[in-house]
Design a protein around this ligand. Sequence first.
Ligand code: ADP
Length: 190
Amino acid sequence: MRLLLIAAPGGGKGTQGELLAARFGVQHISSGDVLRAAADAGTPAGREAAAYQRRGDLVPDQIVFDLLIPVVAAAAARGGYILDGFPRTLPQAMKAAEIGLERDLTLDAAVYLHVPEPVLVERLLARARPDDTPEVIEHRLQVFADTTSPLIDYYRRDRGILVEVDADQPPEVIADEIQARLEDMSRTSG
Ligand code: ADP
């Protein structure tokens, strides 16, 4: 199982990533966590990533690819992954698709967790991570709308692998719905 989760900040990618990874017996890979871990380790790439994360800006693609590809490749070799937060832009998705032809990035499905904006803001303010201040939240939501949301149409129209779910529901209900939709998908595609 190779799955990508797409959601606005606060959309529940992390929660679903963990639930689905446990259900499918594959690794949950959070790009935000991988980047934060590199920052904590104090590597040059990690320190650079941290500066972008603090402001709610996207980390440059080269850093993201350098840090994420080895993690994704290792998980693919062990049977798959639930990717949460990478690819996050059209250029990242295109490059991932290109690499995927030869390597480990070919997705079975992309799942868009849809949550109304007021609910997102409420969840983020309750979480209180360092990049969860009102100003940075507003900026991250804008970055999602401008830069990440085009991925939804890309995976729907160009790739035909999008699954959209109402993610303003209890986590287990959302996971059930995703699982059912994925089963439908694999039945119809043979
Ligand atoms: P959220 O989705 O709630 O904003 P994440 O942990 O997924 O939380 O991401 C936090 C930050 O990590 C982002 O604001 C961005 O700076 C960085 N980041 C995560 N994934 C990527 C990516 N694929 N490309 C660029 N930056 C990323």
